[in-house]
Design a binder for this molecule. Structure first.
Ligand code: ATP
Length: 641
């Protein structure tokens, strides 16, 4: 039984469904130790035959038997293994991978063996030593002469110790000196017991081998033995495996490094998209936090003000009664309910100066003790003024008003709807900061003012104290849901606290919109990655062909491109995080200086979100280009110029 046997091989190419027969019934037997030259006129089908023997082409009729086993029905995967394990290719135009060093070019084949990384490196170095290029191993292919490149290709073809070496015009691009050297190397290969099949036009090359097969018109017209084949000693096969994960990652990184400038630009472009999304989210959170901070530094967040829900101005309709207090008290998590009163326009007189306080309000639990800058909150017969309002009476020293007496006049309607002025002398108990409003007094004081004029006093809001900040929203919702006897909502929330949640919703919404707009730049980044990867696939068509010829599986080709995309995404997000942190630190420094608050609130979650989004988008963008790369036909890819 011959080592390799071709049985009646027929092959046609089809142009518009018209067959052009190229191989018309080739039957040949080969054995290890032979150095067979295939001669024939140009276009005679020699390369076509080599592609079939080498497992690159499975579209033929007839059979190729290796050790008696047919290749014809082998799956794509089995052919990959066949090329990896049994075949070593040497091409006329060398087909080295330009972005890999000489050593790494040889290593590609070795990475598909079960040798350890160190053993692979040692073997690659040893092979390069054998072809006289050990000193050049760290160079790239473009730094070598043609003869040197072909010697690298030979080292690569031998790397996985295959039984068959297929050389297509290996000396076609070389001068006679280099031709002699390459032929000597190929002699050595055959002498080591391998089968060398060499396609050539050169009689000189053909005469070098042990046998010449001549093709004409798609058939073998001469088969001549020149010498005995070299003796064959049995040797253990080097066990093969597919390209390892780490090898693939390394290859992806090597390619990225080779195209560093371009990749840095893409990474920079993509990072801008991610940066803007994270920044918008952080800014949204920061602004919301700042506004809440501002509001809650002036009012107590756990106290909400409740009023009757009515559009009427009538004090009777607006009145909050003891029954309302009881109803509100019954709600879960409500600690205390206090009636309160507010009105507009109080005339205040002191030492001959008169001024109007726009809002008059009874002191409630919603006021923070720290807003009292001087003195204390008003008891019966006392009043507390806002600092700015107090300045109307003592511009330079508003605090000096504490302890002084002021005359406060309020107007209310009597039973007949006639305005009645109620005036009372009150002692200034304290001065508040700007947030304390203009004039605050005590509920009893106001009641007394009404009673003095025989008018009915009606409280018009209630302050509900809630046990714990976490219950605020739920209690607020329950209050809003309480119904009057007519089925309509009974109460509304008033005061600053009421607007906080609405405001928060709007802020959140606004920043989601901004983040979505920033997302558009992310989309642009994704499109950019798609375009770049498509270009990369086109540029690397030949490399893909070489890798496939070396036995790299389709899946690994796909993963190679996906790995590059993964790293593009990862590096973009890392850069984006660095930008975000930088901008956040700078902006927060400035903001803290001017408004005492960090305006960009970036959380760990936003950062993780940024990284995940960047990687997912890059991988999605890479799906189509990487599938295209994986589907390339290895023969077409190799022929790509
Ligand atoms: N993919 C293809 N589609 C159509 N025709 C093809 C294809 N590849 C090769 N051919 C044709 O098949 C014939 C044999 O080509 P092949 O490359 O096998 O010849 P060759 O003997 O190796 O030629 P050369 O010595 O010039 O390299 C040629 O006529 C060529 O034009």
């Amino acid at each position: 039984m011959s080592f390799l046997e071709l049985k009646n091989i027929h092959k046609s190419y089809y142009m518009n469904k018209t067959p052009f027969p190229v191989l018309k019934g080739i039957s040949l037997k080969f054995d290890r130790g032979e150095f067979v030259s295939i001669l024939g006129e140009s276009g005679g089908g020699k390369t076509t035959l080599m592609n079939i023997i080498g497992g690159l082409d499975a579209q033929y009729e007839g059979d190729v038997l290796l050790n008696g086993e047919s290749l014809h029905h082998a799956s794509v995967k089995q052919l990959d293994t066949f090329r990896r394990q049994t075949i070593g290719f040497i091409f006329q135009n060398f087909n080295l991978i330009s972005h890999l060093s000489i050593l790494d070019n040889v290593m590609v084949s070795l990475q598909m063996t079960k040798l350890s990384r160190k053993e692979q490196r040692d073997r690659a170095t040893e092979l390069l030593d054998q072809v006289g290029l050990k000193e050049h191993r760290h160079k790239h292919p473009n730094q070598l002469s043609g003869g040197q490149k072909q010697r690298v290709a030979i080292a690569r073809a031998l790397a996985s110790d295959p039984d068959i070496i297929i050389a297509d015009e290996p000396t076609g691009a070389l001068d006679s000196q280099n031709t002699q050297e390459i032929l000597a190397l190929m002699d050595d290969i055959a002498a080591s017991g391998k089968l060398v099949i060499c396609v050539t036009h050169s009689q000189e090359v053909a005469d070098h081998g042990t046998r010449i097969v001549h093709m004409a018109d798609g058939l073998i017209d001469r088969d001549e033995n020149l010498k005995d084949p070299f003796p064959v000693n049995d040797h253990a096969e080097m066990p093969a495996k597919h390209l390892g994960f780490m090898a693939m990652v390394r290859m992806a990184l090597q390619h990225m490094r080779y195209n560093l400038g371009r990749n840095l630009l893409i990474i920079f472009g993509a990072s801008i998209g991610i940066f803007s999304v994270i920044l918008m989210l952080g800014l949204g959170r920061g602004v919301k936090g700042y506004i809440n901070h501002e509001i809650y530094s002036q009012i107590k967040p756990t106290a909400v003000q409740v009023a009757q829900k009515t559009s009427s101005e009538s004090p009777k309709k607006l009145e909050m009664k003891a029954a309302d207090v009881q109803r509100l008290k019954k709600l879960d998590h409500v600690k205390k309910v206090q009636l309160g009163f507010y009105t507009q326009g109080a005339q205040v007189q002191h030492n001959g100066t008169s001024s109007t306080a726009q809002i008059v309000q009874t002191v409630t639990d919603q006021m923070l003790a720290k807003s009292v800058k001087k003195g204390h909150t008003p008891k019966t017969g006392e009043v507390m003024l806002g600092k700015d309002f107090a300045k109307k009476f003592n511009k330079k020293h508003p605090y000096k008003l504490v302890g002084k007496t002021v005359k406060v006049s309020l107007t209310a309607m009597d039973k007949n709807n006639i305005p009645t002025v109620m005036t009372k002398k009150l002692t200034v108990s304290g001065i508040t900061d700007g947030s304390g409003g203009q004039l605050q007094t005590n509920l009893n004081t106001i009641k007394q003012m009404y009673q003095n004029k025989n008018l009915t006093f009606r409280a018009n809001f209630a302050t509900v104290d809630i046990a714990g900040f976490s219950h605020v929203t739920s209690v607020q919702d329950k209050i809003k849901a309480m119904k009057a006897s007519n089925g309509k909502a009974q109460y509304q929330l008033t005061g600053a606290g009421a607007i906080v949640s609405t405001l928060n919703t709007y802020i959140q919404l606004a920043f989601y919109v901004l983040a979505a707009i920033a997302g558009i730049s992310l989309l642009v980044s994704a499109i950019m990655i798609i375009v770049v990867l498509y270009i990369s696939v086109s540029e690397r068509t030949k490399e893909i062909g070489i890798l496939r010829a070396l036995g790299v599986r389709r899946r690994d080709i796909k993963n190679l491109f996906l790995s590059e995309a993964f790293f593009l995404g990862l590096f973009s997000s890392v850069l984006a995080l660095a930008f975000t942190e930088l901008v956040a630190v700078l902006a927060n420094n400035v903001a803290t200086k001017y408004i005492g608050y960090s305006i960009i609130g970036i959380t760990g979650n936003y950062l993780i979100f940024g990284v995940v989004v960047a990687i997912v988008i890059s991988l999605l963008a890479a799906l189509a280009p990487s599938s295209r790369a994986a589907k390339l036909d290895p023969i077409e890819a190799l022929a790509y110029e």
